[in-house]
Design a protein around this ligand. Structure first.
Ligand SMILES: C[S@@+](CC[C@H](N)C(=O)[O-])C[C@H]1O[C@@H](n2cnc3c(N)ncnc32)[C@H](O)[C@@H]1O
Length: 384
């Protein structure tokens, strides 16, 4: 079959030329249906780019190339190798090899765990070429296993059912990764996301540097103890709080795996902060994506306000709060504003010492603002 041809409404080609990788259905004037590979043309019929067609979806096209490249196994091998070469030196046996649109492979995430891969396919177009992509990943990376974790609800917007299961080789029930010399057990089958929060690697390093022997550290929303283990290894006395029992069990095991101990508490982190009377040197607050919806931006920022407002009295002076959001909808400016409002409401001066975003294996493509999703503020409680 021939490529699908998508003709845009007048003026809509500009953003695609400027490397914005999506075309929405309401930006399209006419579609001449062909196969999943789709070429986008301006209103005047000038070629703008080649990508994948997601028939029936709101995001009808995702970018792959500015040329008439054949979209075959070689193409995907090249894109994967380019992504890998961009990663630079990452001191971990687990990292993200392909970050979707940022690596010009919209709809595809590939995480490497030792010599195995966990993939996520998020769009209808990418689903249709999945077989070729898997062949390409096998050629480019020679994985010992590939496991698919396309079990996100957002696939339904593309008319796809969530999918989860082995694709190639034997997937270990539990594997051990090493990040900055620290070992973690990871369950890629049942864990959150693809098993581990690879996107917080740089934050874990950063927060570890704040900690000295004997400091009291509160790790809220701790999951399997990423921040907790780093902190305990620096001599921190750590309490990890999460609502997931299995995550806390694994957090304690992860601590032991590295020769340290942490305390854990299964409890709602928001409630805990409001109820505890203890004080800490460092509080880490890395909540789940409260929402990804634009109309719920206030709810996401409300969580930033609440975590800051309730952390401030629980911090020594100086004391450190490391607060994050993982939704594109909350900008850095928004976060700063809500931290400031919480500090004013408490009558407590604060410094913002650093702003961190997702690390280099989750590249932020400024042409695609949606690719900046993780932001963390290092807030310091000070005296005046
Ligand atoms: C973004 S993850 C944290 C990742 C972790 N910081 C790491 O580096 O591995 C969010 C965690 O919050 C937990 N969670 C969700 N709602 C919660 C709540 N109300 N109180 C405590 N934990 C919660 C989830 O179980 C999940 O483990």
């Amino acid at each position: 079959m021939k490529e699908t041809r998508i003709y845009l409404k007048k003026g809509k080609e500009r953003k695609v030329r400027n490397l914005y990788p999506w075309v929405y259905r309401d930006e399209v004037r006419k579609i001449e249906e062909g196969d999943v590979v789709a070429d986008v043309f301006s209103h005047e019929g000038v070629f703008v780019g080649r990508g994948l067609y997601s028939k029936g979806a709101r995001i009808v096209w995702r970018f792959l190339s500015r040329e008439y490249d054949p979209i075959d196994r070689n193409f995907f091998v090249r894109r994967v190798e380019e992504a890998l070469n961009r990663r630079g030196k990452i001191n971990s046996t687990a990292f993200r090899v392909v970050f979707s649109e940022s690596d010009f492979l919209g709809g595809l995430m590939v995480d490497r765990y030792n010599d195995g891969l966990v993939i996520q396919v998020r769009s209808r177009g990418m689903e249709e070429v999945k077989g070729t992509v898997i062949d390409a990943l096998t050629e480019a990376l020679s994985p010992s296993f590939i496991y698919e974790r396309s079990d996100m609800e957002s696939r339904r917007y593309e008319g796809l059912e969530p999918v989860k299961g082995p694709v190639l080789g034997d997937v270990p029930d539990r594997l051990t990764i090493t990040e900055n010399g620290i070992n973690f057990y990871v369950d890629v089958v049942n864990g959150l996301k693809t098993g581990f929060y690879l996107d917080q690697r740089r934050s874990r390093e950063y927060v570890a540097d704040l900690i000295d022997e004997g400091m009291e550290v509160l790790d809220l929303f701790s999951y399997t103890g990423g921040f907790s283990v780093y902190a305990a290894l620096r001599g921190g006395r750590v309490l990890a709080v999460d609502t997931k029992e299995e995550a806390l069990d694994l957090a304690r095991e992860n601590a032991r795996l590295n020769g340290v101990e942490i305390r854990t508490l299964r409890y709602d982190a928001f409630k805990f902060l409001g109820e505890t009377e203890d004080v800490y040197d460092v509080i880490i607050a890395d909540p789940p994506a409260i929402s990804k919806r634009k109309d719920e931006r206030k709810k996401i920022l409300g969580a930033v306000w609440k975590l800051t407002y309730n952390s401030l009295p629980r911090l020594k002076v100086p004391g450190h709060l490391y607060v994050c959001t993982c939704s594109y909808q909350a900008s850095v400016e928004d976060m700063v504003k809500y931290v400031r409002l919480a500090a004013i409401d408490r009558g407590t001066p604060v410094h913002i010492r650093a702003i961190l975003i997702q690390p280099e294996d989750h590249p932020f493509l400024p042409h695609f603002p949606e690719s900046l999703y993780l932001k963390c503020l290092h807030v310091v409680k000070v005296e005046v």
